[in-house]
Each structure stands twice: as structure tokens, then as C-alpha cells.
Design a protein around this ligand. Structure first.
Ligand code: NAP
Length: 296
């Protein structure tokens, strides 16, 4: 083979190698580009995030649904039995949020029942969209001194206030947040889960459990860019507290009043939607008028 022919073959071989290398490296680079772009995009919420609020027909849940609707969310207003109240909340969300595009739909599900929760989240994903925000708010009390508490008073409270928080969080994470790589879960616990209260061993056990669960879920879900936090209200004006003798409690509250559902909703809205809350996870935020530190 002549030297000229050898040189020509070498040049052709190098040209072939270069074209192969550029063919291989270009998709690799663009694929890396796509990955980093989509990771960044996935961190941002859409203009109208899907927000599920359990027990949103009354009280704190209703105030949270209205606040998230005002911020432009597509709100799922979950309820257990009071359909008329839930529909009224939806109408109010739509009327108030007309400018920002917020909307709402009522969905019945007993949040202490695994099958009903599973069916609700399947419906949400099919009819509303992937869940961005979950507010585990549904809760009950069955107060009685421990020595006289019936087994069902204990288990009913645990079923909704603790098990329900887990089932809803698991459903929201596995059906939506794990895939979208974004999400905020806010668990409405209680200051009673930290300091206890006579007559509420069931409630204190459930809410204390929610605080522990919040920390564990934050560790598990954080790798998927999902923040999990708990809010711990003190005494808040609602159906839950309307029969309490306020005079017995006010001396222990530095601010000398019960809180409002709207005050709790403002904190939830911050944790759920504010960009500043995107690096907050695994914590418990008290909103109690100073109850936990005691009166001055
Ligand atoms: P509320 O006024 O009694 O309202 C309870 C809500 O939960 C209602 O929307 C109710 O729906 C719903 N609900 C009840 N059982 C349910 C079930 N099995 N499945 C789904 N939804 C159910 O209570 P709230 O005072 O607003 O309390 C809301 C949350 O804040 C609770 O987790 C509570 O423990 C917590 N919290 C409250 C206070 C307070 O002082 N109020 C303090 C600390 C923490 P229906 O209308 O359909 O029955």
C-alpha cells in the first residue's frame, strides 16, 4: 500500500471517528441539558396548583380552602358527611378567586377509611390533576378522662387523626408527588400533641404521632423535593371548641384569646405555596397565642 493511500485511509478513519464521537456526544449533552432543565422546571409549581384539603367543609379546613383558592389553587374540598357545607365552600372559593383563576370541587371520603381515601385520590388524579399540595386537616375529638374512655373513643380518634394522615399522605405521594418531584404536605397537628391535656389522651396520642410522622415523612419524601411540615394550633374558634369553657383556658394563653381559622390558614398558605417555604421541611410550627410557653 502506498504512503499516499495509507494517509488517505488514516484521514478517512479519523473523520469517521470524529463523526461517530460527535453523534454519541451530542445526544448525551442535550440529554443532560434536558434533565437539568426538567429538574428545574419540576421544582416550580404550576400557576394553578392542585391542593387537597381534608375536612374542608367547616372550621380551619374551610379557611385553608378559601386561602388556597384565593392564591389560585384548584382546591379539592374533602368532607365526611356535610355535602351542602362543602358545596358552599366551593362556591365561595370560585366567587372569591375569580380573578386569580382558583377553583374548587367537593369530594366526599371518610379519611379514616383506606379504601375511600384510595378511591378519592384516584378520582382527583383523573378529574383534577396531579396533587401538588396536601393539607391533612380532618380531625375529631372524643374527650373523656382516661379511666372512663371507651375503646371506640380511643380508636376512632386514632383512625382519623393519625391513620388518616398517613393514608392520605401515602396516596398523595405515590399517586402524584413521587412522579412530579414536587409537593408540600402540611399536617394539622395540635399543641396538645406536645404538652398533653387532661381528657384528651386519645387526641394527644394521635397528634403527637402526627408530629413524629411528619419528621419521618420529611426524611423519606425529601429526595423527591417534597416538603412535609406540621402546624400545631392552640385553641382556635370552631365547632370543635365552641362548647369549651373559655374562662378556664384564657388565663393560660398569653394573648388572652382563642385564635381564628383564618390565622391558621395564613400559616398553612405560606407553607403550602410560598417560595420562601421551599427549604422548610420536617418541622412543627406552633400557632397558639403563646399557650405552650405558659402565661406570664
Ligand atoms: P371542625 O370545625 O370540627 O371541622 C372538622 C372537619 O373535619 C369538618 O370539615 C368535617 O367534615 C371533617 N371530618 C370529620 N370527620 C371526618 C372524616 N372521617 N373524614 C373526612 N373529614 C372529616 O374542626 P376544626 O376545629 O376546624 O379542626 C380542624 C383540624 O385542626 C383538626 O385536625 C383538629 O384536630 C385541628 N385542631 C383544631 C384546634 C381547634 O382549637 N379548633 C386546635 C388544634 C388542632 P363534615 O362537615 O362533613 O363532618
Amino acid at each position: 500500500m502506498s504512503t499516499r493511500r495509507t494517509r488517505l485511509l488514516l484521514v478517512l478513519a479519523m473523520a469517521f471517528l470524529c463523526s461517530v464521537l460527535s453523534f454519541v456526544s451530542k445526544p448525551a449533552l442535550s440529554s443532560r441539558g434536558r434533565v437539568s432543565l426538567s429538574m428545574a422546571a419540576k421544582k416550580d409549581f404550576p400557576a394553578n396548583p392542585v391542593a387537597v384539603v381534608t375536612g374542608a367543609s367547616r372550621g380551619i379546613g374551610k379557611a385553608v380552602a378559601l386561602a388556597l383558592g384565593d392564591a389560585g389553587c384548584k382546591v379539592v374540598v374533602n368532607y365526611a358527611s356535610n355535602e351542602a357545607a362543602a358545596q358552599a365552600v366551593c362556591e365561595e372559593v370560585k366567587a372569591r378567586a375569580a380573578v386569580k383563576g382558583g377553583t374548587a370541587v367537593a369530594m366526599k371520603a371518610d379519611c379514616s377509611n383506606f379504601d375511600e381515601i384510595t378511591a378519592m385520590f384516584q378520582r382527583i388524579n383523573a378529574e383534577v390533576g396531579s396533587v401538588d399540595v396536601l393539607v391533612n386537616n380532618a380531625g375529631i375529638t372524643r374527650d373523656m378522662l382516661a379511666i372512663m374512655m371507651k375503646p371506640t373513643d380511643f380508636t376512632d380518634v386514632i383512625s382519623l387523626n393519625l391513620n388518616g394522615v398517613f393514608f392520605c399522605s401515602q396516596a398523595a405521594f405515590s399517586s402524584s408527588m413521587m412522579k412530579s418531584k414536587r409537593g408540600r404536605i402540611i399536617n394539622i397537628a395540635s399543641i396538645i400533641g406536645q404538652i398533653g391535656n387532661p381528657g384528651q389522651v386519645n387526641y394527644a396520642a394521635a397528634k403527637g404521632g402526627v408530629i413524629g410522622m411528619t419528621r419521618a415523612m420529611a426524611k423519606e419524601f425529601g429526595g423527591r423535593n417534597v416538603c412535609v411540615n406540621a402546624v400545631c394550633p392552640g385553641f382556635i374558634e370552631s365547632d370543635m371548641t365552641k362548647d369549651l369553657n373559655k374562662d378556664a383556658y384564657l388565663p393560660n394563653i398569653p394573648l388572652k384569646r382563642f385564635g381564628t381559622p383564618e390565622e391558621v390558614a395564613g400559616l398553612v398558605r405560606f407553607l403550602a405555596l410560598d417560595p420562601a417555604a421551599s427549604y422548610m421541611s420536617g418541622h412543627c410550627y406552633d400557632i397558639d397565642g403563646g399557650l405552650a410557653i405558659g402565661a406570664t
